[in-house]
Design a protein around this ligand. Sequence first.
Ligand code: CMP
Length: 143
Amino acid sequence: MEETYVMVKPDGVQRGLVGEIISRIERRGFKIVALRMNFIDEDTAKEHYAEHKEKPFFDSLIAYVTSGPSVSMIVQGKNAISIMRTINGATNPVDASPGTIRGDFAIETGRNIVHASDSQEAARREISIHFGEKESVDYRKID
Ligand code: CMP
């Protein structure tokens, strides 16, 4: 069973979209096995986005994700990594289809509401950055 890391970024929290986003994840059939709201500190944000370190938008990206509280989740289910990327829609909301989170609620890449891991390796890495081993819950979901 796959697990992926999902973040409702500070703009999603500010705009009151946490419930909407969690609802879409749950209605799709996924199980949330860890969930937390916190301020992501600068060091954690830089570690999370290390692959973008040389990009021109890196500093504004770090300022954005540390600007307010975020909601972090571990989402579990079959094909969770790729399906969560589909639920979120394209990184640039200009390309995001209606019906996706970004296609319904975002208009610019620098304020694109949600993040989800883009590979198995990224999922493992991001889950370990944001959650300790004992923070996820093992429970049976009745379908
Ligand atoms: P995310 O899915 O979290 O992965 C990397 C993030 O970098 C992306 O969403 C955007 O928030 C941000 N990002 C990517 N490209 C750009 C860009 N051209 N300008 C500003 N932010 C960007």
